[in-house]
Design a protein around this ligand. Structure first.
Ligand SMILES: Cc1cc2nc3c(=O)[nH]c(=O)nc-3n(C[C@H](O)[C@H](O)[C@H](O)COP(=O)(O)O)c2cc1C
Length: 263
């Protein structure tokens, strides 16, 4: 067991510690081997007392006005002990003053294989009424957000892989909340987002890195295109920045001509 020293609460001096964040989310869920093997992320679901020490230390160190939240999976594995560990951490995080938890309905052992267990989320909400729980797992399109809310009773839903290549899922959710149908993105909107995404990727990864990196995003974005399969194939075949530009220029040509793409 790893014991974490608990610092005493401090009131930061705004002149030396400018506030640069609005919340702190502690990840006790990451299943990636190189993370959990270093006693990070999902590792802590196997060591609830150590996890609670971390939560206590962070909550004490962060100004009270800033919410501390926690990301969990439903357990380290499918054992009854893992479930007990989950509930031990769940109850403690609220006792310590954390604001809410996002619970992914897969185990750490499961990684991303197999379904997220929404029944676990439903039972959790029933067992702990009044606790603020966000649900996570298997939210692939906008209607899944409302399915999860209705089925599990969680107060909020966290969108993950469902927004890769589909940032419009959030405005679609807003529309559905207002009783309107979820509008698909126009080709102009798709082009604008692809272009912005590419420019940001170039800034981070350089041109060579971006054209490779954007292949996998292009494949996901292609699903919205009227000729989805053909555009998907073209994104997969992209090997250079010029290849990327060609797909964008030819498949996402603006209805009204605009200045040169990807300057
Ligand atoms: C590439 C990738 C990166 C992720 N990074 C984080 C992360 O930094 N923090 C976090 O809490 N969850 C992270 N997650 C987990 C997601 O938030 C979410 O719990 C999980 O993907 C299950 O939801 P989904 O089945 O709807 O994708 C990540 C997931 C993926 C696929």
């Amino acid at each position: 067991m790893v014991r974490i020293p608990v610092p005493s609460p401090q009131t930061p001096d705004p002149s030396v510690a400018p506030r640069t964040f609005s919340a702190i989310d502690i990840n006790l869920a990451c299943p990636v081997r190189k993370i959990s093997a270093k006693a990070r992320g999902g590792h802590w679901l196997r060591e609830p007392e150590g996890a609670i020490d971390i939560l206590r230390a962070v909550r004490a160190a962060v100004p009270e006005s800033i919410p501390v939240t926690v990301k969990l999976r439903r357990g380290s594995d499918d054992s009854p002990q893992a479930e007990r560990n989950f509930y031990r951490i769940f109850d403690a995080l609220f006792d310590l003053g954390c604001a809410w938890t996002t619970v992914h309905g897969r185990t750490v052992e499961q990684k991303y294989v197999g379904p997220s267990r929404w029944t676990f989320l439903r039972d959790l909400v029933r067992a702990r009424p009044g606790r603020l729980v966000f649900g996570s797992g298997d939210v692939w399109e906008v209607r899944d957000i409302f399915r999860m809310l209705a089925y599990t009773g969680v107060q909020a839903v966290s969108v993950a892989r469902g927004c890769i290549g589909n940032p419009w899922i959030f405005r679609q959710a807003r529309a559905m909340m207002d009783g309107a149908p979820p509008a698909p993105p126009t080709l102009d909107e798709q082009r604008a987002v692809l272009r912005e995404h590419f420019d940001l990727s170039v800034a981070v990864n350089g041109e060579g890195g971006a054209s490779l990196m954007m292949r996998k995003f292009g494949v996901r974005f292609a699903a919205h295109h009227p000729r989805a399969e053909e555009v998907r194939r073209r994104f997969i075949a992209v090997e250079s920045i010029d290849g990327w530009r060609r797909v964008l220029d030819e498949e996402y040509a603006p209805a009204v001509p605009e200045p040169a793409l990807l300057t």
